[in-house]
Design a protein. Structure first.
Length: 370
């Protein structure tokens, strides 16, 4: 399996694999975390780590003992500990051409000729620059990489629209355009054991997919912009498409297909009017210089502040906020994101149900938490 968008998609890939098999999945993934985890914009590559296990010429397995070199950080080593999967690191340094070589080698190492690309949210369906909110570099590079590989390649589209970036109308039209071979739903029993991952991992979209599978239904507010998405039965649907049907006549993929470096791939997308998400992260990082940390408030004080700040949201029809959305609303500089989870857990408040802060409890009944 290839996780098209980073750590969150790697979790989703492991969840999807658990729905269909008891065997651990092999997942090739970016190390590309949000700035609230990794302060360095863009994806990490093998030179950013110590303790990887090299396999072949181009591939590296991420181990529980692997660590990033400061100031970089990555969720992958911890995921290597907690997920029922073997994680392999995408190396983006040699662009689409290099990624194709890496994928071919990994297929040989694993003795398989089948690939499943996992995307949560649906951004991988973008076929024009205007269909991307903050850029399509990660997904497009994966598509271009697999486009030059001879294999049976499917794309598993999960949680369509849960990232709030592409309209459901556009995503539905793209599904009709490219066609769907089959579909299935993520079931609660298969993914219930992934609960602990969302007590620290920042992925909103995969967290919403998991919450929907667990029975959460209603409006969730996400991200710093406060986008609102609907959790419903269809949120757990996985569409299966043929990769070449997404790649065919896709100008984004064409633009990066012959690139031999990450910088070259970024530049190629900019030339056709598609922003790079790394540029977005660079701008955000330049604005988010943290001040000297203040004394941490007591857990109950933090929870009281969170309750006061989010109470008006319920009157606006919001049933849930993601914990990441809450973290950004509070604008707290006293905590790292994992510390924030720890404080809310210590407070023991009913609203804290990671990955969500629950405002309307009937929307996610307490029976789910016994």
């Amino acid at each position: 399996m290839i996780a098209a968008g980073g750590g969150g998609d790697a979790v989703a890939a492991a969840m999807i694999a658990a729905c269909r098999s008891s065997e651990p999945a092999n997942i090739l993934t970016y190390s590309w975390d949000r700035l609230l985890i990794d302060p360095v914009p863009g994806p990490r590559d093998p030179s950013s780590f110590e303790g990887l296990e090299k396999a072949g010429r181009y591939n590296y397995q991420v181990l529980p003992k692997s660590v990033t070199k400061p100031p970089s950080r990555s969720t992958l080593p911890r995921l290597a500990t907690e997920l029922p999967a073997t994680l392999w690191l995408i190396d983006p340094r040699r662009g689409a051409v290099g990624l194709s070589e890496q994928i071919r080698e990994l297929l040989g190492l694993l003795d398989t000729d089948a690939i499943e690309v996992v995307d949560v949210g649906g951004d991988i369906l973008a076929s024009k620059p205007e269909h991307t909110a903050h850029g399509a570099l990660a997904d497009t590079l994966v598509l271009a990489g697999i486009g030059a590989v001879e294999a049976d390649i499917k794309v598993l589209l999960a949680g369509l629209g849960l990232d709030g970036e592409s309209s459901t109308e556009y995503l539905s039209s793209r599904i009709k355009e490219i066609g769907s071979e089959n579909s299935f739903y993520v079931g609660r029993e298969a993914v219930e054991d992934f609960r602990h991952v969302f007590e620290w991992h920042p992925s909103e979209v995969t967290g919403l997919l998991w919450a929907a599978a667990m029975g959460a239904r209603g409006i969730a507010e996400i991200r710093s912009a406060g986008l609102r998405v609907l959790l419903e039965d269809e949120s757990t649907r996985i569409e299966i498409a043929v990769a070449q049907d997404i790649i065919l006549n896709n100008p984004l993929v064409t633009a990066v297909a012959d690139t031999r470096s990450l910088i070259e791939a970024e530049a190629a997308l900019r030339l056709i009017g598609c922003p790079s998400e790394i540029d977005f992260e660079r701008m955000k990082a330049s604005r988010n210089r943290r001040a000297t940390p203040l004394d941490k408030p007591a857990a109950h004080s933090l929870a009281s502040r969170a309750r006061s700040l989010t109470r008006p949201k319920r009157a606006q029809g919001v049933d849930f906020l993601t914990i990441r959305r809450l973290f950004e609303m509070l604008q707290t500089e006293q905590f790292t994101y994992p510390d924030f989870h720890e404080q809310l857990r210590e407070a023991g408040v009913r609203e804290y149900r990671p990955p969500l802060w629950v405002l309307n409890h009937p929307a996610w009944p307490e029976v789910q938490f016994t």
